[in-house]
Design a protein around this ligand. Sequence first.
Ligand SMILES: *Cc1c(COP(=O)(O)O)cnc(C)c1O
Length: 357
Amino acid sequence: MEPRDLSAHTVYQAGRGVEEVARELGLNPDDLVKLASNENPFGPSPAAVEAIREAAASANSYPKASHADLREKLADRWSVAPEQVWLGNGGDGVLDYLARAALEPGDTVLVPTPGFAYYGMSARFHHGEVAEYELSKDDGFALDAETVLDAYDGERVVYLTSPHNPSGGRFSLGSVETIADETDDQTLVVVDEAYGEFADAPSAVELLEGRDDIAVLRTFSKVYGLAGVRLGYGIVPDEWADAYGRVNTPFAASEIACRAGLAALDDRDHAEKTVETAAWAREYIAENLDAPTWESHANFVLAEVGDGSAVADELQRRGIIVRDCTSFGLPECVRITCGTEAETRTAVAECNEVLAE
Ligand SMILES: *Cc1c(COP(=O)(O)O)cnc(C)c1O
């Protein structure tokens, strides 16, 4: 026998890994600069590394206390009830829980294009269908209520990415509110703030008070440098709190992930350094790269370089991995993650040489 018909499903295209590229080029992974997956150039917080080391010895137990503690700590931070915090295996895991909790078979979701591929994938896994709203390059991928509402046709879930991947733009809270107001009572607006910490703007979490139709997604993968442990969370309305226990995979976040998350939240210095360096780097890239870029509020910059895959390939030969945006439907662009100062300067210099060729 065979799996069910998966022809409408697509495979997630991750940015290329350092080890993968190093093996292919016969290089030492340490000699490569990886700016392809919006990872933290400083690694995880040292406190999280220590917590992971310590948690190793108790990996025989199911994570109960740590899971509860992390929900509580996050609830405290966001001034919501712990039940409103849904932990998951990365932000992607939380997207799955939201789809499971929201979708009946055949329900449709509305996703941005270009945009993060996993929204549609997750909806399809949960027997949903996918419609798109188009962000237009001609108006700088503007993120406003009108663009979303013009395309909206009663979908059950609407995904907003703010800051947006791959453009770096963001929605104002006013436009998020307008979208939630103008869509049906039975439409959930998911605001994906995977890069929220990098934006100098308030979180949509503050809109949740008194509303039952907005959920916010956050992750430890980016600012906290914990992409490898897989930890993310959703903040859901009060009315949705009860659904978590009904849809989650038991022990949704591992002992190691929860311990690392708890420690990372306490290391404000690491998060601050990460945010400040990203702010410096995106300005540096915008000012010094010999290619048009879009204003970014995240830890990456989208640049129009002509032939994105050729530029990414040539940079890779020079030991710099950036994200070719062909899979986003932008073959003329690359997305460059903000590195350390040294990495960012090197990447811009190499990229300019490649562009000059
Ligand atoms: C990275 C990212 C996520 C979440 O990634 P996880 O590693 O699963 O937490 C979600 N949305 C966007 C737009 C992202 O770029």
